[in-house]
Design a protein around this ligand. Structure first.
Ligand code: RUB
Length: 306
């Protein structure tokens, strides 16, 4: 049995579980645990428990539409299932969650396969933060026998770049680790940049780890193609109706634990990269221009708009 809703939410809050895909997977699995352990005796109570878990996860990390889309999908399927029996509904939650996880895995694998083809022999790849989808793509390129090396940032303040660096070294990929502020210095030797995504807006702008927007500008200045590797379900449907993806503000102590009293320290976890800096979004549909995300979503995932 997996972790409970409470334990999972806490791990997400503390970034023990990090990255949009891993966060969504953990929440989905916790939904399955909830369905397994529930004491609800009717449909209404089971749905209430699921909605409470949904609220807890959404507040554990603000900027995670993939997780929100997944939870909404599972709850909708449970709500509309043609049964009132809790035993049957538990199976609905479990099987819907399994199906979602399977599709998510297929989407990231497809993105990895497509993206890997954009890495040429002898090339230098730049990445920022830790994206499991980007790592999957780099692993695929390595497995395909492409000879390339990677420059990756440490990613202040939580150092997710160290996770990336460890994974890449473990895969036998030649990797150079730099401080975030060295991005411009190293961009001149880079052929292509790849980052993950936490959220994609209806305009095709991308929300990802703080610093991503600046790296995109630097890549543009250096004429380095800048790609976002992401499952399309990171799309936030609320942005279509004028809403903005809320940027998570984290504890300032992550930046400077013993900062002098009276100093203002800000710690936004993410920033927005405007679509004009994005060469393409590498996803389960192949490589699409960011401006085509909305149209592609409507065709592939119409339920997101309901
Ligand atoms: C992680 C981050 C990643 C995206 C995509 O931020 O910005 O680039 O989440 O990751 P944090 P993935 O460490 O704060 O969660 O491709 O694994 O979904």
């Amino acid at each position: 049995m997996g972790d409970s809703v409470e334990v999972t939410a806490e791990k997400i809050r503390r970034i023990e579980i990090q990255g949009a895909r891993n966060v969504a997977i953990a929440a989905i699995k916790a939904f399955q645990t909830l369905a397994e352990q529930t004491k609800a005796s009717n449909k209404k109570d089971l749905l209430k428990e699921l909605r409470e878990a949904q609220g807890l996860f959404a507040s554990a990390r603000d900027t995670e539409p993939l997780m929100r889309n997944a939870m909404r999908y599972i709850i909708n399927q449970t709500q509309t299932a043609p049964t009132e029996q809790v035993t049957a509904l538990r199976i609905v939650v479990n099987e819907t969650a399994d199906g979602f996880l399977k599709d998510l895995s297929a989407s990231s694998m497809r993105a990895a396969e497509v993206g890997a083809k954009r890495i040429g022999d002898g090339s230098v790849v730049f990445t920022h933060c830790h994206s499991s989808t980007v790592t999957k793509m780099l692993a695929k390129a390595k497995a395909d026998g492409v000879d390339f090396r990677v420059v990756c940032t440490e990613t202040r303040p939580a150092f997710q770049g160290r996770i990336t660096a460890k994974e890449l070294v473990g895969l036998g990929i030649d990797t150079t680790f730099i401080v975030d502020s060295a991005a411009r210095t190293f961009m001149s030797e880079v052929d292509v940049a790849f980052v993950g995504a936490d959220a994609i807006t209806s305009e095709g702008n991308v929300v990802n780890k703080i610093g991503t927007g600046g790296i995109a500008v630097i890549a543009s200045e250096a004429r380095v193609p800048f790609y976002v590797v992401s499952e399309l379900l990171k799309f936030n449907p609320e942005t279509l109706h004028g809403g903005c993806e809320k940027i998570e503000q984290r504890n300032p102590a992550e930046v400077w634990p013993e900062a002098p009293q009276g100093l203002k320290v800000k710690n936004p976890a993410f920033d927005v990269t405007p679509n004009r800096y994005i060469h393409g979004i590498i996803c389960e549909e192949g490589i699409i221009p960011p401006q085509m995300v909305l149209e592609t979503m409507r065709k592939r995932y119409p339920w997101v708009f309901l």
